[in-house]
Design a protein around this ligand. Sequence first.
Ligand code: A3P
Length: 318
Amino acid sequence: KINGAPKTDSKFEEIISNLPKDNGWKSIGQLYKYQGFWYAPLVLQKVISAQESFTPQPTDVVLCSSPKSGTAWLKALAFSIVSRNQVNDSTNPLLEKLPHEIVPFLEIELAQNSSNRNLEIPFVATHIPYTSLPKSIIDSGCKIIYICRDPKDVLISHWNFDHKVSGIGLESFPLEEALEQYCKGIYPYGPYWDHVLGFWKASLEVPEKVLFVKYEDLKTDGPFHVKRMAKFLGQPFSVEEEQQGVAENIVKKCSFETLSRLEVNKNGKYYLPDLPTFENKYFFRKGKAGDWKNYLTNEKAEKLDQIMEEKFSGSGLV
Ligand code: A3P
């Protein structure tokens, strides 16, 4: 294979023909299990390409997440932290662009050509699980920030998002069915618990390389965690910046309320190669911790909590 060239379809067909598959996540379609995680075929092809060809810049930081865990929020915050002395209120690209347009997804946009991006922005993002990340990322010693979210909110967010994107009716993929699949681990880039655990364990083993952030913690104490991120990124806030409330200002500028009200995020569209066109507003639904309460009975929530507790038991992650 020529470096960077896409795999031939027949080669890919051969790979997926040997993988376990499930009819699984109806709004997306069939999922295939590769290296322990479930993917839609189109995404899997790109993941494999990225594993073979993606080469980061040595200074890149990789922003990692399971879908619907707060990826766009993490992109906005990380970008705002490192660009705080380069952009001002009139030049900030976040005012004109969806955070996903500022920080590209490596497996979707960069699998064939790693440099097809603004190289001045030292971030790439991915939903690829830790154990399947392109080896080049680990070998280059890139730093990683992972955002994790309450599994119940992730499910509700994903289920709502997929319905909007796919256009299939709620009755065709009811929440009960999505919950059942999710509990079995059959979920895009899932099992969710294994996705989280991979990064969690890495953050314990190499804390200087992997920072683990929780969506709910960002909600309750944004400035503290923004300062943590800035320190991890090697750009801590100075005493002067602390006094000026720079971290608080970043939290405000990246808040759901601020971003979701911007014209670009209300009416803009987001195009990705080979994927359906997304309306930017799909990425800003409610932005709350605990919205699952409006969808899941206590009984169902407890069942899900129990599964997650079992999976996370002994890991130190609660
Ligand atoms: P909800 O569907 O629960 O509202 P991702 O970016 O990984 O696709 O995650 C999307 C989820 O993050 C959505 O959750 C979305 O509303 C929420 N979100 C987007 N921007 C946010 C922000 N600035 N602050 C908090 N949550 C945000």
